[in-house]
Design a protein around this ligand. Structure first.
Ligand code: GUN
Length: 298
């Protein structure tokens, strides 16, 4: 039997609609326009495209957005000064510095300079700490926050379930575990984190009611590693060579979709699965940040 396909695009569209309504209501009731600043250093085409999509999404939802584009050779001190300026700017409630940064700039130093209340990526150590201690009023990293929404909105509440996460990155695996462990809606799961050094990965992944794969390894997860009926969330986006495509590659996830969909109960595709959720949750975080900074009730 073939798995139910979880459409990130559809879920993302409904959250975007809700976010646009929140923004409209904040403007009307409180004269507050949430503002997002994106900072792009250098000319990496993928980063340019991501930042462009973030600004477009902001505009579509009525969020004020300001893109700051800087030369790749900008000194670290100058970039720190720009972040300080945004920290102090009352029109800006969310700051996103697109990663990766050029080698001469220490990423951790820049992330540490962002005011935690404006850290809509959820990468500042203060926000990482708050999330891992189970605080609710926190800006959580966008991709794992999006995965929680996908589970809740498809009737797959993780509460009481065994969730196996494959991957331990700071952007997905670790914050994913923290979110799922919280004593709150979207949490209360039993969580196992497996990774590249886990021996017999299949023995672990087969225990999962919900399997979240974010390891950056094309089609690593095969059908025999999935318990029949499990929910499979594929966070991976990998380019693999494909001469039949005009651009010379195609995108695949970390899950061997065609075979796993015959075993799983539900599965996310790549593209069109988790991908669209990340930018959507960034906008939702920006609105949350604006509300908290203004000290108002929505
Ligand atoms: N580069 C790739 N993904 C991300 C992200 O989620 N946030 C930022 N700031 N940079 C990224």
């Amino acid at each position: 039997m073939s798995a139910k396909i979880i459409s990130g695009k559809e879920i993302s569209d409904s959250i975007r609609g809700e976010t646009a309504q929140r923004v409209a209501s904040l403007k009307k009731k409180h004269d507050l326009t949430p503002g997002l600043a994106t900072v792009l250093v250098g000319e990496d085409p993928a980063s340019q495209s991501y930042v462009g999509m973030k600004n477009k999404a902001a505009k579509e939802m009525g969020i004020f957005s300001r893109q700051i584009t800087l030369d790749a050779d900008i000194p670290e001190a100058e970039l720190l000064g720009i972040v300080e300026g945004l920290n102090a700017d009352p029109d800006i409630h969310g700051i996103l510095v697109q990663l990766p940064l050029p080698d001469h700039i220490q990423e951790s130093k820049i992330l540490l300079a962002i005011e935690p209340a404006k850290d809509v990526d959820g990468f500042h150590p203060i926000n990482v700490g708050r999330l891992s201690t189970g605080e609710m009023e926190v800006l959580a990293p966008c991709t794992p926050a999006g995965v929680v929404q996908m589970l809740l909105r498809t009737g797959n509440d993780p509460s009481g379930k065994h969730v196996v996460i494959v991957g331990r990155s700071n952007i997905v695996g670790r914050p994913m575990a923290s979110l799922l462990l919280r004593k709150a809606k979207g949490g209360n799961a039993t969580v196992t984190v497996a990774h590249s050094r886990t021996p017999d990965l299949g023995a672990v992944t087969r225990l999962a009611d919900i399997l979240i794969v974010a390891i950056g390894w094309p089609e690593l997860l095969k059908a025999d590693m999935v318990r029949p009926g499990a929910v499979v969330i594929d966070v991976g986006v990998n380019r693999v060579d494909d001469d039949t495509r005009e651009r010379g590659y195609r995108l695949v996830g970390d899950v061997a979709f065609d075979e796993v969909k015959e075993v799983a109960g539900a599965i996310t595709p790549v593209p069109g699965g988790v991908g669209p959720m990340t930018i959507t949750m960034l906008m939702s975080n920006t609105v949350d940040a604006a509300v908290r900074q203004a000290g108002i009730q929505e």
